[in-house]
Design a protein around this ligand. Structure first.
Ligand code: NAD
Length: 436
């Protein structure tokens, strides 16, 4: 099938590449010329494990190309995916200007039937707004489909190639057939393509992300309580997660959720519910708890240093909002950096993939190390903000030699408490006893 993907960020580029992988003919569009140039020269503009192999293979085999020219991209396409940003607007609700702006531009260019698929995360009722944008600007027939994306950065290729489910919101039989055909290669093992109306599909995405954010937040609150009552959250987590109704996944406590999706999607669902005069109380609580959880480490540090961290030097391992990505949007590490700098501390950070993005944003307020151990030199303590695999089993002896004090504040519970006692570290983690 000939397909155009508008927006080549984390979702658009993975979508385009993975759709090319099953033989489709893809044209990816972006407004950022530099990004397009990079991709044309075979350079991936994002870090996403496994994407490079598929990306290069499909470029070589001529199944994917890149352009800034929307007209050229959509001319022969049957399906047009919108993988555009939907960031929070000034009022906190999802900003639909990218999606509706692209819909209008496409409407002014098309001359034959197209299926317009919204992959972006959009509030209920957006399909109607996209449809209206077409009706106002063209007489050409289109079907507007909601097809929210559930991929996770870090494992996006796997998630796209073997999705747990595909959700498609459409009431058009013609569009349904095309979408069924398009996704068939990805659900051969029997996972469902769930067809529904557009509104249900749009809400499914927000409900899924908000539920996951709630699950994390619930466990963070359990962890906070564990610290007060002298329980160990790792034990509680295992005991709770063994129940099939709850499940083992997404129960790890930490320093709050971040990223480009959960924070904005929880907020957008809470706000859009209010538009329908529904007070989605649990989401307000989730946002409030998450906000304070992001600064849990700073709270612990201030307590340890008697509210005086002026002039102290800290090593920070982890900047990305989660491992296996270079995405730093809404990363808890950024909040920690701001608070520590405000309190007069110095920070030397290391992250395997996220440093370039943080340099662009905060390059003037903190320093960066070229490897994890260099960050530790002369530091008063180590802070861990992202659970990269490479941090799980480090050389503690070397760490102890480089650190000024053997002190670790771990926001991701990477180390065994007994081991830290044996190694002589002061070790403060989340929802577990502080040991030294
Ligand atoms: P992103 O910011 O990484 O990518 C968006 C891309 O669109 C950018 O490259 C930008 O330059 C481009 N763009 C902006 N305006 C354009 C225009 N008019 N024409 C062409 N290109 C344009 O965003 P993302 O993370 O890929 O997210 C896209 C959507 O998918 C959002 O709604 C997001 O909520 C949703 N989503 C994201 C993820 C994720 O893990 N990142 C997962 C599921 C859903």
């Amino acid at each position: 099938m000939k397909i155009a993907v508008i927006g080549t960020g984390y979702v658009g580029l993975v979508t385009g590449t993975c759709l090319a992988e099953t033989g489709n003919n893809i044209t990816c569009v972006d407004i950022v010329q530099e990004k397009i140039e990079k991709m044309r020269s075979g350079i991936l503009p994002i870090y996403e494990p496994g994407l490079d192999i598929l990306f290069h293979r499909n470029i070589e085999q001529g199944r994917i190309k890149f352009t800034t020219d929307l007209a050229e991209a959509i001319k022969d396409a049957v399906i047009i995916f919108l993988a555009l940003p939907t960031p929070p607007g000034g009022d906190g609700k999802a900003d639909l200007s990218y999606v509706l702006g692209a819909a209008k531009d496409i409407a002014n260019l098309i001359t034959d039937y197209k299926v317009i698929v919204t992959k972006s995360t959009v509030p209920v009722g957006t399909a109607d707004k996209v449809r209206a944008a077409f009706e106002e600007n063209t007489l050409v027939e289109v079907d507007v489909v909601s097809n929210p994306e559930f991929l996770r950065e870090g494992v996006a290729v796997d998630d796209f190639m073997k999705p747990d489910r595909v959700v498609v919101g459409t009431r058009s039989e013609r569009a349904k057939k095309l979408m069924e055909e398009l996704y068939a290669p990805y659900v051969r093992s029997g996972n469902p393509v769930i067809f529904m109306d557009e509104r249900s599909s749009e809400l499914t995405k927000y409900a899924a992300n908000s539920f996951l954010a709630t699950k994390i937040t619930f466990m963070n609150e359990v962890a906070n309580l564990c610290e007060l009552v002298g329980a160990d959250v790792d034990m509680v987590r295992k005991g709770v997660g063994a129940d099939d109704r709850i499940g083992k996944r997404f129960l790890f406590p930490g320093i709050g959720y971040g990223g480009s999706c959960f924070p904005k999607d929880v907020q957008a669902l809470a706000l859009s519910s209010k538009e329908y005069e529904y007070d989605f109380k649990i989401l307000d609580a989730v946002m409030e708890v998450n906000q304070s959880q992001k600064l849990k480490i700073v709270e612990k540090m201030l307590k340890y240093y008697n509210n005086d961290i002026k002039g102290k030097k800290f090593a920070l391992w982890g900047l990305a909002f989660k491992p296996e990505t270079d995405d730093i949007r809404e990363a808890p590490a950024l909040y920690i950096i701001d608070e520590l700098i405000k309190a007069g501390a110095e920070i030397v950070a290391y992250d395997p993939e996220g440093m370039e993005n943080v340099k662009k944003l905060k390059g003037d307020v903190l320093a960066f190390a070229d490897n994890a151990y260099h960050a530790l030199e002369g530091a008063d303590a180590l802070i861990i903000a992202t659970e990269w695999q490479a941090f799980r089993n480090p050389d503690f002896k070397q760490m102890g030699e480089k650190l000024k004090n053997k002190v670790i504040f771990d926001g991701r519970n990477l180390y065994d408490l007994h081991k830290m006692i044996d190694l002589g570290y002061y070790y403060n983690s989340i929802g577990r006893a502080t040991v030294s």
